[in-house]
Design a protein around this ligand. Structure first.
Ligand SMILES: Cc1cc2nc3c(=O)[nH]c(=O)nc-3n(C[C@H](O)[C@H](O)[C@H](O)COP(=O)(O)OP(=O)(O)OC[C@H]3O[C@@H](n4cnc5c(N)ncnc54)[C@H](O)[C@@H]3O)c2cc1C
Length: 131
């Protein structure tokens, strides 16, 4: 007796891109092709023709689903003026009881830093408003 075994593989391909650049189906398709070509070249396997379902999530989706500024996904770019002490403060400069936490402030992007950011803010709030 013969058995037909169908194997299904799922994978995610990530391309870091700048914020607020043009986002369209045609552009997504173009980059999908570039990724597929590179992957096929690097692995020596035919992949694209076996793709059954594909889904993309990019700038317009980050804006729509997460209200993300400029479709940003990874936080602030690592430019000098946005690094270390130049990062946006945890505390609003004008409103005394307004604080910020998360990847867009200190210490920076990533899940662990975002959690640390919340802990730092919590401590600062407790210190400023002990009662
Ligand atoms: C594809 C991808 C892969 C990643 N991989 C990793 C990884 O491997 N390791 C790692 O450490 N980090 C990774 N990161 C980064 C990490 O996910 C982020 O740095 C982190 O989630 C930021 O946390 P946050 O709480 O600051 O913001 P978010 O997780 O973005 O949370 C902000 C929340 O606020 C909500 N919101 C926005 N506007 C409003 C509003 N007006 N009212 C109410 N709610 C609002 C949003 O919907 C969202 O739920 C990755 C990010 C991406 C996009």
């Amino acid at each position: 007796m013969h058995q037909l075994l169908l194997l299904e593989r799922k994978f995610v391909l990530l391309i870091p891109i700048a914020v607020d650049i043009e986002d369209s189906e045609a552009i997504r398709e173009k980059y999908f092709d570039i990724m597929m070509n590179r992957l096929e070249y690097l692995t020596g396997q035919s992949i694209k023709q076996h793709v059954i379902v594909k889904k993309s999530f990019a700038i317009a989706d980050f804006k729509k689903d997460y209200n993300s500024f400029g479709g940003n996904a990874y936080g602030l770019a690592n430019t000098l003026k946005q690094t270390a002490i130049f990062k946006p403060s945890l505390k609003n400069k004008k409103i005394d009881n307004l604080f910020y936490a998360g990847q867009l402030t200190v210490p920076g992007p990533g899940v662990p830093p975002s959690i640390i950011s919340g802990k730092i803010v919590a401590k600062q709030i407790i210190k400023q408003f002990p009662n």
